[in-house]
Design a protein around this ligand. Sequence first.
Ligand code: BEZ
Length: 210
Amino acid sequence: MNSIRLGDTAPDFKADSTQGEVNFHEWLGDSWGMLVSHPADFTPVCTTELGAMANYEEAFASRNVKVAAISVDPLDSHEKWIKDIEETQNAVVNFPLIADDERKVSELYGMIHPNDSATTTVRSVFIIAPDKKVKLILIYPASTGRNFEELLRVIDSLQLTQYEKLATPANWSKGEDCVILPSVSNEEADKMFPKGFTEIKPYLRLTPQV
Ligand code: BEZ
């Protein structure tokens, strides 16, 4: 099993999808990316997840995130299943479902955990920054649908770090106070954060999210 770690370059690949051939790095371009594996087409939890992902299309687009789903099912299965997702989840699936029946991408990304299931992918999520570095890895069991609000929350946090030198505290929600990165001095913080900051400890400084 390949193990990708945070900070690694997301492996590139070429694969068939419901939106045509995907050359992963080229397809990502300058965007952020989210690659999501699911165990199998025509299964209940997966149907709700991919419907949710489709219904968050605007939320991902507004954050400059391109999303794609993948399983070891073949293309004709994905194409048939999309109709069920759209019918039952009141959704339009505009992102690619990658067909990985040869398991090349699943193996490359370590999405098959043989002691859990030798034949299907677990629920993995890889969030990838525009420089193609892996920023988040999340692995859920087959029986638990993922929380897409949480994925958006992490993306917001990652983008605050990347663009504004901010981190986010426990249970943070969009709009709440953020943590100033330890690498930012108080002098820099004075210039960077127009609303000021509160120094609770020298290492714990909070500023409102602008
Ligand atoms: C599901 O998507 O519902 C599912 C898939 C595999 C195992 C259990 C549940």
